[in-house]
Design a protein around this ligand. Structure first.
Ligand code: PAN
Ligand code: ZN
Length: 179
């Protein structure tokens, strides 16, 4: 039997490198990086006056996404990392924007690398609950459930995520109605 390292006609890059200690992807093609600052997180925290009074360039969280297939492809998965900085806006901890998946029944895994967090979940009836995040915790986010992560500790909260490549993200529902 002849084993090829990677078929010559392969359409997609299938190997990237993670720094598992840091919970980060090494920069490479197909890895998209985004930064969310306080200035960009309008109407996410309860106390808008307190948020506006803070330095708008303050980084709240950073996201990397490895998308080996085009966005919207059915049957594949994306892989991502998120680092939420420690901090507060008034009495609320720094947290991600949060979203439902556009295709509401698409699920996801979150895994904690480092730090102390709360995974906040909300179903379609707006019933809300949370799960503790700690190094090694692995979370299955069920269908039809919005998800957001808050850093409740003193060090950066580092997590990895895996979600279907046709899930999409609906941020509007959270911006309009909150969690
Ligand atoms: C994650 C999130 C990431 C940032 O990769 O996108 O943690 O959170 P927001 O997207 O809410 O800003 C994920 O849940 N993907 O589906
Ligand atoms: Zn998601």
């Amino acid at each position: 039997m002849k084993i090829l390292e990677q078929p010559a006609n392969d359409e997609f890059e299938r190997i990237v490198r993670m720094d598992w200690q840091k919970g980060l992807l090494l920069p490479q093609a197909n890895v998209h990086e985004t930064v969310k600052t306080l200035g960009q997180l309008e109407k996410i925290f309860l106390n808008e006056d307190a948020r506006r009074a803070m330095e708008p360039d303050t980084v709240v969280y950073r996201v990397q996404a490895w998308c080996p297939v085009p966005d919207g492809t059915e049957g594949a998965q994306f892989w991502g990392t998120t680092v939420v900085e420690p901090g507060q806006v008034d009495s609320e901890y720094f947290m991600t924007h949060g979203h439902f998946h556009q295709k509401r029944n698409r699920t996801e895994y979150y895994g904690t690398i480092e730090g102390e967090g709360a995974l906040i979940l909300m179903d379609a009836t707006r019933s809300t609950w949370k799960e503790p995040m700690f190094p090694g915790s692995l979370h299955f986010i069920p269908p039809n459930v919005a998800h957001r992560v808050a850093n409740i500790g003193k060090v950066p909260l580092r997590l990895v995520a895996c979600w279907p490549s046709d899930a999409g993200h609906d941020y509007d529902a959270i911006r309009k109605l909150g969690f």
